[in-house]
Design a binder for this molecule. Structure first.
Ligand code: BG6
Ligand code: MG
Length: 214
């Protein structure tokens, strides 16, 4: 029996991957690295710090940056990102999300946000989704980011449900891996060729067949 659905935020509830990419592109450019959409795919679902490491590694300059310099670059990226999302409103919520939340509420199924982003609470609030959400995982509270299962397991334990009673919804390869590692059913949002490990893949939230949940 399904008792909770744990949603990723970026790329699932709203389109922020473009803004994350734009902010990383600007920071990468500052340090002489040019990143394309293939690199961006590997940044999805991954923490800010890990994302920077992927970019530095891609540019072959990972060993050239100290911890303090990396912290500054991450800070820069986040300041730019926050500017890019500062105008978010309920109009930024993907089609089908509110309908899905209402359906789950009606069935007594809990809703959590399992995002790697420290900006998730601010975005949820800007998009007026707070009334639907039972719990938002603070990525600072878990040891390991995605693809480790920690974020999804934290959501399940906070909601008082077993992993086997949860569905995870993700658009990132690392996220789907995390859901499966947590022992949950994984709904992928995006391209089935990319999200191979998901139990089922839909093009968007609006396309999810609600009958597969409950
Ligand atoms: C994930 C995004 O949800 O959150 C990643 O897909 C991002 O691109 C990560 O790096 C961390 O987000 P933030 O907002 O804390 O930098
Ligand atoms: Mg995502």
């Amino acid at each position: 029996m399904i008792r909770a659905v744990i949603f990723d935020l970026d790329g699932v509830i709203t389109e922020t991957s473009r803004q994350h990419f734009q902010a990383w592109k600007a920071v990468a450019y500052m340090i002489g690295v040019e990143i394309d959409s293939t690199v961006n795919e590997s940044l999805k679902g991954v923490s800010r710090e890990e994302s920077l490491k992927i970019i530095l590694k891609y540019g072959g300059i990972l060993d050239k940056y100290s911890k303090e310099e990396m912290e500054k670059l991450c800070f820069c990226k986040n300041e730019y990102y926050k500017q890019l999302i500062s105008q978010f409103t309920p109009a930024n919520v993907f089609e089908g999300v509110v309908e899905m939340f209402e359906y789950l509420r009606g069935k007594g199924i809990k809703i959590a946000i399992g995002s790697a982003s420290h900006n998730a609470p601010a975005l949820i609030s800007a998009m007026a989704l707070e009334p639907y959400i039972d719990y938002i995982v603070d990525p600072g509270d878990v040891k390991r980011g995605k693809p480790a299962p920690d974020i999804f397991l934290k959501a399940a334990s906070a909601l008082g449900v077993k992993p086997s009673e949860c569905i995870g919804v993700e658009d990132a390869v690392a996220g789907v891996e995390a859901i499966k590692a947590a022992g949950m059913y994984a709904i992928g949002i995006g391209d089935a060729e990319v999200l191979k490990e998901a139990d089922v893949v839909f093009g968007s939230i609006a396309e999810i067949d609600l009958g597969i949940i409950a």
